[in-house]
Every structure is written in C-alpha cells, then in structure tokens.
Design a protein. Structure first.
Lengths: 242, 278
C-alpha cells in the first residue's frame, strides 16, 4: 500500500465512474437524513419525559428517571444492536402467530432512527428540565391569572421561553446526534463511513477515504454550527426590546 | 392563672388535604407499574437463565470483557489526562500559531465521530505501512489494541483539554494576583493554588467524560477487540441467543450507575466546604 499522490487522490474522490465522490455524497445524504429523521421524535419524547420529571407527582418522576437512567447508561452501540436484533425477534414472533412461516426484516434505517431518537430523547429531557428550572413560577401564575388553562399556559407562555433557554444544550445534542449516526454503518446502512470503508478496501487507500469521511463530518458540524447560531439569534430577536 | 392567649398558641400548618386520584397520578402509577413489571420480568428472565448453557459457556468471556473494557478506559483516560495538559496550555497560549494548532486539534477530535477516528487510525495507518516499518513503529499500528488505546487517548485528551481550560479560566484572576503578591512563582501558583480549585469545578465534567468514554469504548469491538461489547457480539453470533445483549446491557448499566453514584458521593465530599447550611 502507498499514499496516493495529489492528482490520484482527486481522481479517487471525484464524481463519476472513476471516483467515489458520488457514492460518498449519497452516504452523506443518508447520514443527514437519518439525523434529521431522528430529531423530531427525540425532541417530542424528550419533552414529554421532561414534563414527567418536573411533575409534582412522585410516581411520574420515578418513571421518567428510570427511562433516562437506562438510556443514558447504555452504550449507543448496544442500544442500536438491541433495537435492531430485539425488534426483529419480537416482530417475527408476533408475525409468526398469524403467518406460521413468515419472516419480517427490520429496516436498518428504521432501527437506527428508533435507537438514536431514544438516546437523544434521554439527553434532551435533561436539557428541557434545566430549561424548565430557568422559568419562574410567576410565569405560570400569570398565565392562570389571565384565565388560561394549564395546556394553554404551557403552550403560549412557557414553551416559547423554554425553547430559547434549551437551545444551546439542544444544539450540542444535535452535534452529538450527527456524530452518533456513524454507528449505523455497523448494521449495514450505507452512510458516509460505510461507503468510505468500501472505497478504502477496493482502492487500498484507507487513509484518504477515512480522512475524507472525517472532513465531511467536520463540514457537517460547521454547517450545523452556523445554522444553530442563526436559529439562536432568531430566537432571541425579541430580547433587545426589553 | 390566666387563660392562654390565643396569639401564643403554636400556629399549626393547615392539615394536609388527601390527594385525589388525578389523571397525572394515575398515569404515573401505571408507568411505574409497567417499569416494575418489566424489571420483575427481567429479573425472572435472568434468574431462570443463570444455569442455562449460555451462561455456562460465555460467563467467563463476559468477565474478561468487563476487565478489557475497564483497562481500555483507565489507560485512555490517564494518558488522555496527561496529553490534555499541554493541549490546554497551547490552547490558552498567546502564541497564535500554537493556539490555533491546539484549536484545530480539539475541533477535529470533538467534531468527528469516535468510530471514524478509530477507523482512520487503525485502517488508515495501512497507507503508511512502508514508512512506519522504516521508522520501526509498525508493530504499534498493526495491533488493534494499541490503535484503540491511541484513538481513545487522542479523543478524550481533546475533551479533557477543554474541560481543564474552562475550569482554569473560571478561577478568579485575584487568585493569581494574590499568589503573585505573596511572591509565589507562576508555576507553583498554577499547581498549588489554581489547579486544586479548578479541579473542583471540573469534577462533574470529568465524571461525565469518564462515563462517555466507557460507553464509547464499545466501539473498540468493531476493530476486533474483545471488550464487553466484543464478547457480547461474539457470543450472539455463536449462539443466536438474544440474552447475550441483555447480559451486556445489565453489566454496562451496573458499571455506569455504580461509577455515577461513586462520583456523586465524591463530589459531595470534596465540595462540602462550599456548602452553606442554615
């Protein structure tokens, strides 16, 4: 094995039949869409779990805390394998009740989405919880004094402030989520890392392709940071008026 | 004998009203009950499998796996801590070249997935085989174990450098000035005045980093290291028995939870002089 020269490297990374550029670009698309698809589920579950954690009802708090303890304590890779194989076994058991010799195959993308959303939600619930703590009790009381119901107070008064407070932590979680998608390559989804691995094996240029993969992840992180800064300024646009 | 003045009577708080079975309370109890059933079933499942052939065949492997995981994490954390010191120093240095190099290092290792870094080091080293052979360091990069330790060390050193830098910057400038006023040299000030205070601030992030590395170390299994995750995957591929993953989950949870609790205790103990009661 040897290190590719500059022109060789550019040929290998180019789009078209000679290079691996288009395959890796497709992998990047998979990575980004997996992260984007997991995000809304993770946010919603995380918010609901955070509501449970800040509840006055001790049993609800316990239930929510068990959830976060489990999914923050397990390695993401293990969660992924458990979802991928466990759901497959479970679904097949259910399916075989109806169709004796049937077999269902679990989609790697869906398995990855479920695992990543669950892990994301466990961390997001902590982010929401600390944001909830930053909102004073008077905000709720003010809402009730205006005659708003609990749900309305939450939606119209608390939620807009909550998002602003939780944004920095959620932004970090998004960057972590983007990096965690790399694990999906292990269960055979064709993301950036898997295409780089295939290209590295075929061309015998592992450093070039894994280096390129790392740089793509960095690029995604940079684009995200710019986007997050923009969202944060947008969310704080009303603060200058006070 | 005078009658007791009602104003002197002890003011009792109003009696606690009985809590009704509100919707939230019912939901909470149902959820806890579901967890309890799941937990009880898990215990029953594990207990009924303790004497199964799976445990008989693979238990020793699991114990070896836990030991390997702990070794991997401890070595990487310690080496990473050593490496983080120069990185953090360079990062806060006034020399623009030095600080931007350190910034690039930290940004790279925090911005890319640990799995990609591990691949880059383990497989990517193959591109430089002739060079590394000439330098006499090929034995290092040929070995998956050394590569994993190397990748984890570099990764955690970047995170630890940021923790350290943040904690040191957090210390009031007056501490430096007071030490200087006492005629203490800068190096001594750093080690004996600044660092001990910074460590208390950094305790919690360090604990989080340790737990993240334990979880992240599962990645080593992908480059053929038989840590806890590696043993689990091997056991599953041989037996096709899903309990392989259940045992691994239980073991990881025990390790992480124990560590987290020890860390909480440690933090309460080390910061007890900062607490003001009453």
């Amino acid at each position: 094995m040897r290190v590719a020269g500059m022109t060789d490297a550019l040929t290998l990374l180019s789009f078209g039949s000679e290079g691996w550029g288009d395959e890796i670009a497709r992998g990047t698309l998979i990575t980004v869409s997996l992260a984007l698809a997991s995000l809304p589920f993770g946010l919603v579950i995380g918010f609901v779990v955070a509501l449970g954690k800040k509840s006055e009802e001790p049993s609800l708090r316990t239930a929510a805390n068990i959830y976060t303890t489990i999914f923050r304590g397990l390695p993401e890779l293990l969660t992924l394998f458990m979802v991928y194989y466990g759901v497959q076994i479970l679904l097949n058991k259910i399916y075989q009740v109806f169709v004796p010799d049937g077999f269902v195959d679990v989609n790697a993308f869906v398995a990855g989405m479920v695992a990543l959303s669950v892990v994301f939600s466990a961390y997001a619930s902590e982010a929401f919880l600390s944001a909830f703590r930053g909102i004073k009790q008077g905000q709720y009381e003010g809402g009730y004094a205006l005659g708003l119901r609990r749900g309305q107070t939450l939606r119209l008064i608390i939620f807009p402030q909550l998002i602003r407070l939780a944004l920095p932590a959620l932004g970090n979680l998004w960057l972590i989520l983007l990096k965690e998608t790399a694990l999906i390559s292990v269960i055979g989804l064709d993301d950036i890392l898997r295409w780089s691995g295939i290209a590295a094996r075929v061309t015998k240029e592992p450093f070039l392709f894994f280096g390129a993969a790392c740089l793509i992840y960095l690029l995604l992180a940079m684009i995200s940071s710019i986007g997050l800064t923009w969202i944060r300024t947008w969310a704080q646009r009303g603060e200058g008026l006070r | 004998m005078s009658l007791q003045d009602p104003r002197d009577a002890v003011q009792l708080p109003p009696p606690v009203l009985p809590r009704g079975w509100s919707g939230t309370r019912v939901t909470g109890h149902v959820l806890v009950a579901l967890w309890a059933v799941a937990g009880a079933y898990l215990l029953y499942y594990l207990a009924s499998n303790v004497f199964s052939s799976f445990v008989a065949n693979y238990w020793d492997d699991y114990v070896d796996g836990v030991v390997i995981t702990i070794q991997l994490v401890v070595i990487s954390i310690v080496l990473g801590a050593l490496l983080s010191l120069p990185v953090a120093l360079a990062r806060s240095s006034r020399n623009i070249v030095l600080s931007s190099l350190a910034y690039a290092y930290v940004y790279f290792f925090r911005g890319t997935p640990l799995l990609a870094q591990t691949f880059l080091i383990y497989y990517g080293a193959g591109s430089f085989q002739p060079l590394f052979s000439d330098l006499g360091i090929w034995w290092f990069f040929r070995d998956a174990w050394y590569c994993a330790v190397f990748a984890f060390t570099l990764n955690t050193s970047a995170y630890q450098a940021e923790i350290l830098r943040g904690a040191v910057q957090n210390i009031d400038k007056g501490q430096w000035e007071a030490a200087a006023a006492l005629g203490i040299r800068k190096g001594v000030t750093f080690w004996k005045v600044i660092l001990p205070q910074a460590m208390i601030v950094a305790l919690r992030p360090y604990g989080n980093e340790l737990i993240l590395l334990i979880k992240g170390s599962a990645i080593a299994s992908i480059i053929t290291i038989y840590d806890l995750m590696g043993e689990t995957r091997r056991a599953y591929s041989r037996s096709y028995d899903f309990q392989a993953y259940i045992w691994a989950a239980v073991l990881y949870l025990i390790v992480v939870e124990t560590l987290r609790r020890i860390w909480d205790k440690l933090e309460t103990r080390l910061t007890r002089h900062l607490k003001r009661n009453g």
